[in-house]
Design a protein around this ligand. Structure first.
Ligand SMILES: [Zn+2]
Ligand SMILES: [Zn+2]
Length: 353
């Protein structure tokens, strides 16, 4: 198979030839038709995550081995089934979204379909070859989701940006549609969250951002209110806008400043869900955590169950599709550079010839 691979961190992706994998056990070989270009691909390409304060998390130390075909927002067509794939679960020719957050497959978390919480990640496009290639291997038929009539370029993005948002929203639900949910950050994930909440029938969606332009975009996407975070007093403005302390904040930035104003806006029993990777630290006053029964919870990507549920929600027709820009698969490097240079609105999706 051909791959557009990271051969050296920070150097242009190279088109290389690698042996096409033979599916073993419950594995399934697919021909990649679509693959989204995610912001985290930039970190994998560079070889580290910046943790702030001069600290870096090296991906090589975490077990990322080069050359690597990145890409974890994959749709492909089934080519070949491993010998232990249950009969009738999937057939050659089927078009499927590929769940990329693969774990060991054997532990309690994996068995409970919380593969994203497995301690032994084998995520596609991170720890093994992903969708910047002509072929990819799915670990099990339960990792394949039928996109049905959805646009496959949009459906591909549900595997990362979609479930990242959906999983965070699930952690604050159930809430009545008129209870405020505060979203911090109106970038790609924040706007996606507005769209998903709307599709779920939620009415009171309050978006906090420093940028006038992004707050305007959030209103256009269906937010009910916005709050300016460009100067001090953000918590007070959130409380004023929401008519009191709030039951739920999802922080798509998750830096020292946003975590602070988000935490301070929580009502009794309130939940702060931390999604962003901006970096920083927070100090938490402990007695109020207990007395006010607060929750701070991290959220990272999502589970196969959440991917299936999100696809079902999208198939209901109420979820506004993300804007996508299609690029030919061999231009993977150019796509990555466009993302690095911030020249992208919506999602870029590589499409096979
Ligand atoms: Zn991603
Ligand atoms: Zn596992």
């Amino acid at each position: 198979m051909r791959a557009w691979a990271v051969v050296e961190n920070g150097a242009p992706l190279q088109e290389i030839e690698v042996p096409t994998p033979e599916p073993r056990g419950t594995e399934i070989l697919l021909e990649v038709t679509h693959c989204g270009v995610c912001h985290s691909d930039l970190h994998i390409w560079e070889g580290y995550y910046d943790l702030g304060g001069g600290k870096k998390l090296s991906l090589k130390d975490r077990g990322v081995v080069l050359p690597l075909a990145m890409g974890h927002e994959i749709v492909g067509r089934v080519v070949k089934l491993g010998p232990e794939v249950p009969a009738g679960s999937v057939s050659p020719g089927d078009l499927r979204i590929v769940y990329p957050w693969v774990g060991c497959g054997a532990c309690d978390r994996c068995r409970a379909e919380e593969d994203n919480l497995c301690i032994t990640s084998r995520a596609l496009g991170v720890f093994q070859n992903g969708g910047y290639a002509t072929h990819v291997v799915a670990a099990h038929p339960r990792h394949l989701v039928d996109p049905g009539t959805l646009d496959p370029a949009v459906a591909a993005t549900y595997a990362c940006s979609g479930i990242t948002v959906y999983s965070a929203i699930r952690k604050v639900m159930p809430l009545r549609p008129d209870e405020p949910i505060v979203l911090v950050g109106a970038g790609g994930l924040g706007l996606n969250a507005v769209a998903i909440l709307r599709a779920m029938g939620h009415a009171r969606i309050v978006v906090v951002d420093v940028s006038d332009e992004k707050r305007e975009a959030a209103m256009q996407a269906g937010a009910s209110h916005t709050v300016d975070a460009s100067h001090d007093g953000v918590t007070a403005r959130i409380i004023e806008t929401c008519g009191g302390l709030v039951p739920a904040v999802i922080d798509f930035v998750n830096g020292t400043a946003t975590a602070r104003f988000a935490f301070n806006a929580l009502q009794k029993g309130g939940k702060l869900i931390q999604v962003g990777l901006f970096g920083g630290e927070m100090t938490i006053p402990l007695p109020p955590m207990a007395m006010r029964a607060l929750t701070i919870q991290g959220s990272y990507v999502g589970s196969p169950v959440e991917l299936r549920d999100l696809v079902k929600l999208a198939q209901g027709g109420k979820l506004a599709p993300l804007p996508v820009t299609r690029m030919p698969q061999p231009e993977a490097n150019a796509a990555l550079m466009r993302l690095r240079d911030g020249k992208v609105t919506g999602r870029m999706v590589l499409v096979a010839a």
